[in-house]
Design a protein around this ligand. Sequence first.
Ligand code: TRP
Ligand code: SF4
Length: 404
Amino acid sequence: MNSPVSANSRVLSGMRPTGRLHLGHYHGVLKNWVEMQHEYDCFFFVADWHALTTHYEDSGIISRSVWELVVDWLAAGVNPNAATLFIQSRVPEHAELHLLLSMIAPLSWLERVPSFKDQQEKLQGRDLSTYGFLGYPLLQSADILAYRAGWVPVGEDQVAHIELTREIARRFNFLYGREPDFEEKVEVAIKKMGKKNASLFNNLCNKYQEKGDKESLEVARELLMGQQNITIADQERLFGYIEGSGKMILPEPQPLLTSASRMPGLDGQKMSKSYNNTISLRASEDEVEHKIRTMPTDPARIRRTDPGDPAKCPVWQWHLIYSADKLQKQILKGCCSATIGCIDCKVHVVRAINEELSPIQERARLYEESPELVRNIINEGSERARDEARKTMDEVNYAMGLNY
Ligand code: TRP
Ligand code: SF4
């Protein structure tokens, strides 16, 4: 794609401080951040306000996790000289933009974001029928748009939030980003379509803009394409008018899907705290050993002499991540012919994980021993982030006519 947005090399991503990071975060997110930090202008932040939307009753976990999270990032190789690291609440512009966007965000757009109902059902113990929780994806939009980021590295589950962000940006640009005489020109163009088509077009626009009805958008586009008596320039204006792409004050970001390397958990499901199948980045060698030793294997392999099928074994998934081709072949053969036992097989995984974690934990210790250093990194990053967000807010306030 060659929209002005993909030419924008700024990347923004955040993580909620709600507990320790585990191998799933490392393989699924952090390794990706570390790779991107040298290729893009990266902003990574601790989403403490987002954590508060679900943990407002036990916010202690947030304050305990904020610094641990930053230390884990640094330990995993995120480099503060390459990327800007900050804490969301240190940049009040996120809240300012969230508030302003809330004025133009249709309720129905927020209510239909899938994570809203999903999470309410999943997090049963928490009362999530709050204003703040409904606004979660809008706050995320503000995070992204405040930096005019072009790319947002996220997992599948967040794509709907990026889509909402795109719609909000479009709506903002539509409302506040048009050329001074845009309105008049649009009006004249609509009239040229004739009474019947004009009123049809206006209806479709309303349905799309107020209710987010995508079908209306498509129908309106087709209607425009079939018009013989308006100029191309007018047609373009009207395309922009339905979609709100006037002056691009807030560019539409794209999701950058983190590679499929979905880390399996100890039970073969996706690794996630809620499934209780994780290995923490701070796990000791003994803990790693214990967790892998007690991992389930191919259920058909009851005795040591029973051949197994790696395809039915979660341990094999880990070999696919950690073991070289040669070892993988040996395991495959040994398992299927019952010439190796599960304990022998698991030893390799234990070793590989401990080798991976050891330098991370070493670096984490260094940062933990100098909390001042970590604070300085965040202070500097937050200041830099704030300067950037302020630039956007000045434009936003100006566009909305709030610059008295
Ligand atoms: N919602 C994201 C998550 O749950 C965290 C987040 C908040 C985020 N703001 C963001 C991610 C902005 C990317 C960009 O993982
Ligand atoms: Fe799984 Fe390895 Fe045992 Fe085969 S030998 S069942 S792959 S743990």
